[in-house]
Design a binder for this molecule. Structure first.
Ligand code: PLP
Length: 422
C-alpha cells in the first residue's frame, strides 16, 4: 500500500502501524474494509451517544440536504438553528437563555472564555483571571490549552499559553481545602470565571468527584460575582446519568459548553449557552460591545438538523432509562474487579466506568496504554486507556453481552500486560 498523506491526531506515526480503514459504522460497531466488526467501547472518543448511524439522525441529515448547505449566520437565521436553540434552553438547567453556536468542543470553550471576559470588559470591571482545576482538559487550541492541564502534550506551546489560577483536584477528604483555596483566589485577584468539568475530568484520567463540590464552588463564585463555566462537552447528553452533570448538583452555571453528544455524535457542532445577564452585557447601541466571535460554519443547518433529531430521540424514546440500565450494567461488571489486586480506584459516574491498572514500579507507564490498546484491538475492541487508566464509555445501545465481552478482555489484557511489565 502506498504511504498515506494523512497526519492523524494524537498519533506518533513513527510508532504506530498504518491506520486500518473503517468502511462503515453500525450501532456499537466500526466495520473495517475486511468486514471485521470492532466494538466501539469509547463511543468514538465520547461523541456517539445512542449508537452509530441512528436512523432518526441519518434521516434528518438526508432531509436537511434537500434544503440547505451552509448559510452565513451573521446575516440570516434558519429553522434548524431556531428549533435547536429553543430545545436546548428547554432541557438545560433553568436560567440559561441564550445559545451561541460553534463547531467543536474547543471552540465552545473559547466562546465561553470570551463571553466571560467580554461580560466584565463591557461592564467596565477589571477582571481577567480564570480559575481552573488541576488535571482538566478543555481542548487543544491555545486558549483551551491555557485553561487545561500543562504537560508533555503542550510543552512546545507553553510560551504562548496564558496564566491561570489552579485549584487542586478535590480528592476525597480534601474538598474543603480546595473550596477555601478558591475563595482565596476570589478574594485576592480579579477572578472573572471558574471553568470546570462537572463531576468527571475526562482526558485527565476519568477522575470523579462529588456533586457537593460543584455546589460549594457555585456558592463561592456567586458570592464573589465570578462567572461559573461548566464544560459539559463530555459530561453532557446522559453520560453521567443525567442529561447534564450540573443537574446532579442542582446548579445553573452562568455558561454551559456542549458539543460531543449534541448531534448524537453524527456531525460536528457545539453550543455555548449563557444567562441573560451575559447576553445583556453585550447588548448595546455601542458597536464596540458586540460579541466579536464567529466561525465560517457557525450553526451549519445540516448539523443543527442532526441535533434537532437528537433532541427528538431524547424526547420520544426512553433514553434516560437506557442510560440507567447501562449504569447498572457497568456497576455489575465493575463489581467483579473489587478486591482484585491488579486494579485500584474502581469508579463510576453514570455510564462511565474506570479503573487503574497497578503497574509495578519500574514498569513504564507511558507504554502500558498503547500496549493495552493494541491487545484490545486484536480482540475486536476499541478501548484506549489513558496511561494505566482503563475506562469504558460505550454508546447507549451496547448490549449486556457486548459489555461483558469488553470486561472479559480487560481481565485478560491486564494479566498479559502485568506478566511482562515487572
Ligand atoms: C473533548 C473535550 C473538549 C474539546 O472538544 P473538541 O470537539 O475535541 O474540540 C473540551 N472539553 C472537554 C471536557 C472535552 O472532553
Amino acid at each position: 500500500m502506498s504511504r498515506s498523506a494523512v497526519w492523524h491526531p494524537f498519533t506518533q506515526h513513527a510508532l504506530e502501524p498504518p491506520m486500518a480503514r473503517i468502511a462503515s459504522t453500525d450501532g456499537a460497531y466500526l466495520i473495517d474494509e475486511d468486514g471485521n466488526r470492532i466494538l466501539d467501547v469509547i463511543s468514538s472518543w465520547w461523541v456517539i451517544t445512542h449508537g452509530h448511524r441512528h436512523p432518526t439522525i441519518m434521516e434528518a441529515i438526508r432531509a436537511a440536504t434537500d434544503a440547505y448547505d451552509q448559510i452565513i449566520f451573521a446575516e440570516f437565521t434558519h429553522e434548524p438553528a431556531e428549533t435547536l436553540a429553543a430545545g436546548l434552553i428547554e432541557i438545560a438547567p433553568a436560567g440559561l437563555s441564550h445559545v451561541f453556536y460553534s463547531d467543536s468542543g474547543s471552540t465552545s470553550v473559547e466562546v465561553a472564555i470570551k463571553m466571560a471576559l467580554g461580560y466584565f470588559h463591557n461592564r467596565g470591571e477589571a477582571r481577567d483571571r480564570i480559575v481552573v482545576m488541576e488535571g482538566s482538559y478543555h481542548g487543544d487550541t491555545i486558549g483551551t490549552m491555557s485553561v487545561g492541564e500543562r504537560g508533555v502534550f503542550n510543552a512546545a506551546y507553553e510560551p504562548l499559553l496564558f496564566g491561570v489560577d489552579r485549584l487542586p483536584f478535590p480528592e476525597a477528604g480534601c474538598e474543603q481545602r480546595m473550596l477555601e483555596m478558591f475563595e482565596d483566589f476570589c478574594r485576592a485577584s480579579r477572578v472573572a470565571a471558574l471553568i470546570i468539568e462537572p463531576l468527571v475530568l475526562g482526558a485527565g484520567g476519568m477522575k470523579i468527584y462529588g456533586a457537593e463540590v460543584l455546589v460549594g464552588l457555585k456558592e463561592i463564585a456567586e458570592r464573589y460575582g465570578c462567572l461559573f463555566i461548566a464544560d459539559e462537552v463530555m459530561t453532557g447528553w446522559g453520560r453521567t446519568g443525567t442529561m447534564f452533570a450540573c443537574e446532579q448538583a442542582k446548579i445553573t452555571p452562568d455558561i454551559l459548553c456542549t458539543s460531543k453528544g449534541l448531534t448524537g455524535g453524527a456531525l460536528p457542532l457545539a453550543a455555548t449557552l449563557c444567562t441573560g445577564d451575559i447576553f445583556d452585557a453585550h447588548l448595546s447601541t455601542d458597536r464596540r460591545k458586540t460579541f466579536f466571535h464567529s466561525s465560517s460554519y457557525t450553526a451549519n443547518p445540516i448539523a443543527c438538523a442532526a441535533a434537532v433529531a437528537n433532541l427528538e430521540i431524547w424526547r420520544n424514546k426512553p433514553v434516560l432509562k437506557r442510560v440507567k440500565n447501562l449504569e447498572a450494567l457497568q456497576r455489575k461488571n465493575l463489581g467483579r474487579f473489587r478486591g482484585d489486586e491488579r486494579f485500584a480506584n474502581i469508579r463510576q459516574a453514570g455510564t462511565i466506568a474506570a479503573l487503574d491498572l497497578i503497574v509495578p514500579s519500574g514498569g513504564y507507564l507511558a507504554d502500558v496504554g498503547p500496549r493495552m490498546r493494541r491487545l484490545f484491538r486484536e480482540r475486536g475492541l476499541l478501548i484506549r486507556p489513558l496511561g494505566n487508566v482503563l475506562y469504558l464509555m460505550p454508546p447507549y445501545c451496547v448490549t449486556a453481552d457486548e459489555l461483558g465481552r469488553a470486561y472479559d478482555a480487560i481481565d485478560e489484557v491486564a494479566s498479559i500486560v502485568l506478566a511482562s511489565a515487572g
